[in-house]
Design a protein around this ligand. Structure first.
Ligand code: ADP
Ligand code: GLC
Length: 494
């Protein structure tokens, strides 16, 4: 049955992207659309997002502050997008969450509270857009207040909240709660209070009909203190409503057979052609062009979550091996500086590109031999899936979605021809070193290496299955909602 779904998010590719949330927000609605669902995206109208599409105003909410709704298709699809504009909150350059000093924008609570309030107004069809969703699908803390604000609305839509990363919770001092004029009943540990602070994400976790996260393993992990960041108790309490659905990938944008961002296209039949991309990658990163040398690469946010510090700790040892190391990323200044120093020390062995560069990310996947993801935690992770699709062998830690998507090259998997990467356990430089050593040994055997590449390239990571799982999740949320509503009605009668 066709459902109307409002998909609320703080970023969506190709309008704006800081990480995997944008990939998912750009591709999941399109996949649901293809399954006949009426999905519409609501997100902030950052200046660069407006410029990246074709939008026209459909509703002015407050003229003097430039609060309005713009409408247009998500570029590359027919999924409708509503952009929420605001002169002060969203019309500013740079990162959607961080100021030029690398610190969160001081008015983030106001900015994302507005997003949530507008989600509620659309959900209740109070803006005159003539469309009332059956379900509101919220993503991460930036949209966390919406399920809370909706909770008491009569005839409200069902709500689903997806956790993309529990490490980011939107926690602020109590004063900020007061400033937002939220209902005072929310100031309770059963609602938005979190150890004396004000938590946006709790709005989603406490009040949504259903909660999910982006891999089955992470859904289990977040119920433990190690990964739960203080929310494990609440998540455990709601475990009957909590599930994990693996992210899919945009199989068109990330297809080595058609990718316009790489010099030579190839597929599982023609993996040998990857070598031209390897040479192009080395050239683009100003490394010696040598198709035989073992190339290791890393792409991502330079933050502790991703284990970049483990790689940095290992560089002295790695530089004793015949290999090249490529890093593409942006993030914390301390990692950027250290990496810059190392690249200066070994200009023909270590190459770094600091900043965000979509084309280079594609070239890395098409050219590197090993793709490193030694994450401390990883709700899903997309690059290990892109890597497998591109015949780059992922080397990952056994956590979250990495554990769910990469089959270790152990003797059993190798024997069965199902090995697609290298998986290791401990978050230590030593364990990572051992794993890279295993990769190096496998690389010395071209037949075995090729089999690993082929197995990875043959896997289907498209949204097809996961989008179906979301439909099932939506049904469950609608059921929960209907049951709660009928209980309420019965209580009112008796
Ligand atoms: P996360 O969302 O935690 O950052 P994911 O693996 O889910 O991790 O998604 C990261 C996405 O961002 C991938 O599409 C990856 O290619 C992309 N990405 C990260 N850093 C960069 C960068 N510096 N340049 C280009 N793409 C990047
Ligand atoms: C988060 C997670 C990442 C996940 C992405 C999309 O940013 O860190 O693991 O793939 O969200 O769900």
């Amino acid at each position: 049955m066709m459902k109307k779904v409002l998909f609320a998010t703080s970023e969506a590719y190709p309008l704006i992207k800081t990480g995997g949330l944008a990939d998912v927000s750009g591709s999941l609605p399109a996949a649901l659309h293809a399954l006949g669902q009426d999905v519409r995206i609501l997100m902030p109208g950052y200046a660069s997002a407006i410029a990246a599409g074709q939008f026209k105003p459909v509703k002015v909410l407050q003229e003097d502050r430039g609060i309005a709704i713009l409408e247009g298709p998500l570029p590359g699809s027919t999924v409708p997008v509503w952009l929420l504009t605001h002169n002060d909150y969203f019309d500013r350059p740079g990162n959607p969450y961080l100021g030029p000093d690398g610190q969160p924008w001081p008015d983030n609570p106001e900015r994302f509270s507005l997003l949530s309030h507008v989600a509620v107004e659309i959900a209740m069809d109070r803006l005159g857009l003539g469309w009332k969703p059956d379900l509101v699908h919220c993503n991460d803390w930036q949209t966390g207040l919406a399920p809370a604000l909706l909770a008491d609305e009569p005839n409200r839509p069902a709500t689903v909240f997806t956790i993309h990363n529990l490490a980011y919770q939107g926690v602020f001092p109590y004063e900020r709660f007061l400033k937002l004029h939220l209902p005072s009943r929310f100031w309770s540990s059963e609602a938005l209070e979190f150890y004396g602070q004000f938590s946006f994400i709790k709005g989603g976790l406490v009040f949504s009909d259903r909660i999910n996260t982006v891999s089955p393993t992470y859904a289990k992990e977040i119920q433990s203190p190690e990964f739960g960041y203080g929310l494990e108790g609440l998540l455990k309490h709601r475990r009957a409503r909590l599930s994990g659905i693996l992210n899919g990938i945009d199989a068109n944008a990330w297809n080595p057979a058609t990718d316009p961002l790489i010099p030579v296209n190839y597929d599982v039949q023609s993996i040998a052609s990857r070598r031209y991309n390897k040479l192009a990658l080395q050239k683009s990163f100003r490394l010696n062009q040598d198709e035989t040398i073992f190339v290791l690469a890393w792409v991502g946010r330079l933050v502790q979550q991703k284990g970049i510090d483990l790689i940095i700790d290992l560089l002295p040892q790695l530089m004793r091996m015949p290999l090249q190391m490529i890093v593409l990323g942006s993030g914390e200044a301390r990692y950027e500086q250290t990496l810059r120093q190392w690249a200066r020390l070994y200009p023909d062995r270590i190459a770094i590109k600091l900043g965000y560069d979509e084309a280079s990310a594609h070239l890395v996947e098409a050219g590197t031999d090993l793709f490193l993801m030694p994450s401390r935690f990883e709700p899903c992770g997309l690059n290990q899936m892109y890597s497998q699709r591109y015949g780059a062998v992922p080397l990952v830690r056994r956590v979250g979605g990495l554990a769910d998507t990469v089959a270790d090259a152990n003797p059993i998997h190798l024997g069965a021809g199902t090995a697609t990467g290298i998986v290791f356990d401990e978050a230590t430089a030593d364990a990572l070193y051992q794993a890279i050593g295993r990769g190096f040994a496998l690389y010395q055997n071209p037949m075995v290496w090729r089999k690993i590449q082929q197995a990875g390239m043959s896997k289907d990571f498209s949204w097809e299955f996961s989008a179906q799982h979301y439909l099932t999740l939506y049904d469950l949320a609608l059921n929960d909602r209907a049951k709660a509503e009928s209980l309420l009605r019965r209580a009112a009668v008796s």
